[in-house]
Structures are given as C-alpha cells and as structure tokens.
Design a protein around this ligand. Structure first.
Ligand code: ATP
Ligand code: MG
Length: 353
C-alpha cells in the first residue's frame, strides 16, 4: 500500500509538469524542434540533431556542453546557414522573428557578421594568410556599411583594442603568420564583434590554447558581451570553462538537449545522469583529485562506454546503454523533456536519482 501511494505520488508529480513545446516568446533567438539529418548520397543517414528547442535572451551567455559527436557544431552551423547541401533540416530558427531555415542565400550576406557572427575553433585557419589583420576586420564593416576608409580604420582600431590587442597599430599591419595564437584569437573576436551583432557563436574557440590564454580569451569575450550587449553561445566539451562565465548551460547528448538550466544550479545539483557523469570529470569537483592524481599515475575518471553510432530508428533513450540509473522503460521509449522546476529542463525518466 505504501509502495502504491508513493508510486501514485510520483505519477501525479510527473503528469503535472509543464509541457515544453517551445522556448519563450521574448527571446532574441528561438529554436523550435530543430532536426538535422546528414544524408550524403549512398551513405547511411546521420541524425545529428533531434528536436532541439532553445532560446537565447538578448545579452545572455549560453554554454553548450557535450562530448565529441553530440551535435554542437551542427547546431552552430544551422544557426549560420552553413550546413552542407546533404543536410536535411526540419523545425524553425527564429532570429529577431526572421526564420533562418527559410532565408535565401542572397539574404545571408546581410545577416552574417551584422546580426549573427561566428568565432571558429581555429581562428588562424579562418583568416586569409595574404591579407593584413586590420584589413580583414575592416572587410566585415565594408560588407555591411560602405563608407570612408578613414572612418573604417578608426572603427577597426577600436575593435582591436576592445578585443584586448593594445598594440593595435602593429596588429593592424600584421599578416596572420606574424601573430601569436592568442593574437589570432583576438583578431577573430574583433572581426566577429566589429559590427556589433546581436548574437555571437563561439565554437570551442579556446580548444587549442593553454589554460592562461583560455582564461584571457574568455575574459575578452565577456568584456565585449557586457560592453556591446551581444548574446553569446559558447560551445565546449569542457564543463569547467562555463563556471563563472555562462549564465545558462545546455547539455547535449546524441543530438538532443538532455538538460538545461542556470550553470550554478545545474553544476550544484545535476539532474540527468549524463550531466552527473560529465561533471565528475571536472578535477576541482572531485575531493583530493586533480593534477596530483595524474602525476601519481591514477586513472582519470571517464563515463563508461561511448556515444556510439547515431541511429534514427533507435526507440529508447540514447544514453541508456551507458546509464547507471537505467530501467526497462529507458530502452523502449525516449523520454520527453520536462521542467521539474522553474528555469530547468531535463529529458530523463529517472532524473535526480
Ligand atoms: P566535436 O566535439 O568533435 O566537434 P560535435 O559535437 O561538434 O563534435 P558534430 O560535428 O555536430 O559534433 O557532429 C554530429 C554528428 O554528425 C557526428 O556523428 C558527425 O560524424 C556527423 N556529421 C557532422 N558533419 C557531417 C557531415 N557533413 N556529413 C555527415 N555526417 C556529419
Ligand atoms: Mg564540433
């Protein structure tokens, strides 16, 4: 009897949870039910994104966290209209009420750089080797606001300084090969922000940098976010980079957002078993662990198993084979997203257990 009562209690709680059809209406960016399948001719289709719902408010910093292959870059490319022709897209991506999934190629030139900008993982590769750094930043302005060269140069100098490049004169005239890794990153930041876009997407922008430079680049991004009010989507596989930096975190697994909420709340009390596993990998969360355990030869923690092949015909939860909290239901059915408390979302039948 006691068992039945507690069973019904749980049922009643779950059934009154808010359904989450779509993000809030006041957002700068609203992504609803975004599904992307790569279907190259003659190859097995890859369901890279499955029903992504996400909203970003003006000026907000949102972290997207997930391991390799979870769909982070596919999401970034979808927002910029840069998916390859083999990608089949369903759902909508509204930026200031314009649906970017229906945007014509000719219109994209006016959107990229001006309304939405991207900082890639290896900025050195996205810069032209035969153009001076300052001219490359100036080109972004010229593409959107033709005007006098002198005025443009002044704006470039301000953008370089804002990105933390105090020697803006030297940097302006330098070719990419004459700049350090940190300086290249800052030029890419200046390029992304010079037209004050409403939204910047940074896809693992600090992956190739040492820890000190990582922190410096993140500080530069946050300063720009505060000064210009541009919202930032910061993509990473490293949970530690979002602490004290992002307002909210979205955790991705196999093309789905499995958990979302304010960083402080999610990190203090993760609800999804995958988020719990990811956070255990952050050294400072593990008592007595850290560099010492590496140096003494102790094994580093990992989430057992791997992401595996993405399969559109799979019925159950994609994390089930690796999940310590799995039940029979998880293999048969994919969990719907629920909002167990204000501002938090999770897709798991057994969340919090
Ligand atoms: P990483 O952390 O390694 O950058 P990611 O989270 O950014 O990974 P994606 O690059 O978005 O992941 O890839 C998601 C899935 O889509 C993977 O299974 C990947 O192999 C597949 N994929 C990505 N691009 C293509 C493509 N052009 N054609 C076919 N499959 C692709
Ligand atoms: Mg990627």
């Amino acid at each position: 009897m006691l068992y039945l009562q507690s069973g019904w209690g749980i049922f009643a709680l779950v059934s009154t949870l808010d359904a989450i059809p779509c993000p809030c209406a006041s957002a700068l960016l609203q992504v609803c039910g975004l599904t992307v399948t790569y279907a190259p001719r003659g190859e097995r289709p890859v369901p890279a994104l499955r029903g992504i719902n996400l909203d970003v408010a003006p000026g907000e910093i949102v972290g997207i966290l997930g391991e390799s292959g979870s769909g982070k870059s596919t999401l970034a490319l979808s927002l910029l209209g840069l998916l390859p022709a083999s990608a089949q897209v369903e759902g909508s991506v509204l930026l200031e009420d314009e649906d970017l999934t229906k945007t014509a190629d000719s219109r994209w030139a006016a959107i990229r750089g001006a309304k939405i900008a991207m900082i890639f993982q290896e900025p050195g590769l996205s810069l032209s080797p035969v153009m001076r750094a300052g001219d490359q930043v100036g080109e972004v302005i010229r593409a959107h606001r033709p005007g006098a060269r002198k005025q443009r140069d002044q704006e470039v100098e301000v953008a370089l300084k804002d990105a933390g490049l105090t020697e803006s004169g030297r940097i302006y005239k330098a070719y990419p090969h004459q700049l350090s890794g940190g300086e290249l990153h800052r030029v890419a930041i200046a390029q992304a922000l010079v037209c004050r876009p409403a939204l910047v997407i940074a896809d693992e922008p600090t992956r190739s940098l040492d820890v000190t430079l990582q922190a410096e680049i993140q500080n530069a991004l946050r300063d720009m976010n505060r000064k210009q009010g541009s919202a930032l989507i910061f993509i990473t596989h490293n949970p530690a980079l979002l602490t004290g930096f992002a307002d909210r975190v979205l955790v991705m697994y196999a093309g789905r957002i499995v958990e979302a909420g304010p960083v402080a709340q999610v990190y203090r009390r993760p609800l999804h078993p995958y988020t719990r596993g990811l956070l255990q990998l952050v050294p400072e969360r593990r008592e007595g662990a850290g560099l010492a355990s590496v140096l003494t030869g102790n094994r580093l923690p990992v989430i057992p198993g791997h992401l595996g092949d993405l399969d559109s015909s799979a019925q159950g939860c994609a994390f089930e084979p690796r999940c310590a909290a799995r039940t029979a239901r998880c293999q048969a059915e994919a969990p719907e997203e629920v909002a167990p408390e204000p501002g938090r979302r999770v897709s798991c039948f057994n969340y919090g257990k």
